[in-house]
Each structure stands twice: as C-alpha cells, then as structure tokens.
Design a protein. Structure first.
Length: 340
C-alpha cells in the first residue's frame, strides 16, 4: 500500500472514487488533464514534470468526477485511445465533443440503454451518424466497465439503423460522372483515384507523385497503418497522364494540396453537378472498387491486397450488393449443366 505523503505542489487535484481509491490529476487551466501516480510514489516526479510540459489546449469547462464528461476526458488520455490511428482519433473526438455538449455533467453510472436509444432517435435522419455515435458510446462504456465505473455496457445489443452504409455506384452513375467531368479536371482525377485504388478520402488526399514507383502506388493507410502496393489500372494511368503540372500531391489546386475535408466537399459538389443521387457519395467508390474486384473473380484476400481491408468479412460486407443479375445468370448456367 502506498504511503500517503503530504506534498505542496500546484495543480494537483485528488478525489476518492466509488471504490475508495484515491486518484490524482494534474489539472491546470489551459493544459491537458493528466492522471498522476500517487504523490511520493515511484515515477510521480517525472509524471508531474511531464504534465507541465504538455501542449496547451483550449480552455474547457471543468467536469466532475463520475460524470460522462470525466469519462470522455479519461478515455482520451488513455493508452487505449493513444494507440488508435490519428484519423480514427479525430473521428472519435468529433463524436465525443458532440455528446459532451449535452451530456458531460450526467453521471456515467446511471446511463441506461433507453438513454442511448433516445440519442439514436434524435439522429434517425442521419443513420450513418447515428450508427457512428452508438459505436463510440459502446467503446466508452466498455472503457468504463474495465475501469470499474460501471458493472455493464448499456450500449451492447442496440441495433444499428438501416441506411447507414455507403452504397456502391452503379455503372450508369459512373458514366454520368465521367461525362460531366472530362479527363484532366481535378474532379475526374479524384474520381479515378478513388475508384481504381479503393482508398479512403484521407489517404487519397495525401497521395504524391513520388508515391508512384514504376507502374504502382506505394502507400501507407492512415487509419490502419497497412502498407500497400497498388498496381496502376489502365484507366487511372490515362487520368493521371492528363494532369499537369506534377509536383507535390496529386490532388492540388492552384499549387496547394487539398485537405481531406476540402477534397470531400469538392467531390460532393462535383457529384451534385453531375446530377447524381444524394446517396451517391465519394466513399461509395471504395465499395465500387471492392465490388469490381469481386466480380472480376478475385478472392477476398486478393481484393484486400488492393483496398487494404483487414478482414474477409469486411470485403463481403462491401461486396454484398454486387451485380446480382450477373451472379444469378452464372448460377443458373451451372445449375442447368448439372444432373438431377
């Protein structure tokens, strides 16, 4: 048992959790909240000194221990959150900030499934956002369970909303986009990169001309850290050949690289200008690439070698809406050749 030591240092705040354990934090206005070892214990001096050297953050409202807001802060400071890819951290923080605005002061121990379902109801017109919110709350509650702030995970069992998935583009939609945006435009280049590499928006925006080695792209996915070598599709070669000048990132405007967010907005406007359905979105081209690879006879592992999906299950999920008519015709031909 750690011996209690009286210590007179600024910015140290302590409280006793519901299990009777004393917890210590470095809490200073304008700085990140950091949990510390007990004063006097091994490593305390180093941790205290490091906390004062952390990057400053925007001032935020102090949250009470045991609240949903306190749980969010502790999770964001945890090793579990720190091991997430930067893109995943950014997306998770976005959801957490939205939840904190309304629920930061509520006791985390009193959160029940019906509360989360009401939050889901409020986002029913945006099923994708609703599903992402449920996933983040599920992770937060699992974290609370491991830290013994709760005895269960109230988000388990909550069903995802239908319509929250991105769909693949149809052949007609791809033709309409190519007709509206000819080769050489930044919109067509973005389309070709998305379709013929199957990568996420954030990775597409980072692609540089120097990432092309011979007849292939070599890249590291930001979300998973997966290193991929993607051979250049003939259609992509044609699209890239029309792009000039060639320096820095491939997706650039007036000599400046496009951020992933700006690239997303640019493509959304381009899709609208092509007269396509609202459900036709940039990320759907990642699914289109998967569908095309599966239809071409690729195995899930071969398809994953291009798209970088981590599991065969994800490949099947993306490809489940592939050309049913084509598959049905092939199946009937096989059946017709078989004997009763």
């Amino acid at each position: 048992m750690t011996k209690r030591v009286e210590i007179d240092l600024p910015y140290i705040h302590a409280y006793t959790d519901r299990h009777g354990r004393r917890r210590f934090y470095y809490r200073r206005k304008g700085y990140v909240l950091v949990q510390l070892p007990a004063p006097g214990s091994r490593g305390f001096a180093e941790a205290y000194a490091a906390a004062g050297k952390r990057d400053r953050v925007e001032p935020s409202k102090t949250v009470a221990a045991g609240t949903f807001g306190a749980l969010c802060r502790e999770y964001e400071l945890s090793a579990q959150f720190g091991q997430l890819a930067p893109l995943t951290q950014r997306e998770t923080r976005y959801v957490i900030r939205a939840l904190e605005k309304r629920h930061a002061d509520k006791p985390v121990a009193l959160l029940e499934p019906q509360h989360i379902m009401r939050w889901q109801d409020e986002l029913q017109k945006k099923p994708g956002a609703a599903n992402k919110m449920v996933r983040v709350v599920k992770v937060l509650m699992a974290f609370a369970l491991m830290r013994q702030y709760r005895t269960n995970n109230p988000a388990l069992g909550i069903k995802m909303l239908k319509g929250g998935e991105y769909r693949a583009w149809t052949t007609e939609e791809m033709t309409a986009f190519e007709t509206r945006w000819p080769i050489g435009t930044i919109e067509r280049t973005g389309f070709a990169l998305a379709l013929y590499t199957g990568q996420r928006r954030s990775d597409l925006a980072q692609l540089k001309w120097t990432d092309i080695a011979g007849d292939a792209f070599k890249l590291t996915q930001g979300k998973t850290g997966t290193v991929l070598v993607i051979p250049l599709h003939p259609e992509l070669k044609m699209a890239l050949a029309a792009v000039h000048p060639r320096s820095g990132t491939i997706l650039a405007k007036h000599g400046r690289a496009l951020s992933p967010i700006y690239f997303g907005h640019l493509m959304a406007k381009a899709i609208e200008a092509a007269g396509l359905d609202r459900k036709c979105v940039l990320h759907g081209l990642r699914k289109s690439a998967t569908v095309a690879l599966i239809d071409a006879g690729c195995t899930p592992h071969q398809a994953a070698a291009i798209t970088g999906h981590q599991t065969a299950r994800m490949i099947e999920l993306y490809a489940k809406r592939r050309d049913q008519a084509k598959l049905g015709k092939a199946a009937m031909l096989k059946w017709g050749r078989s004997k009763r």
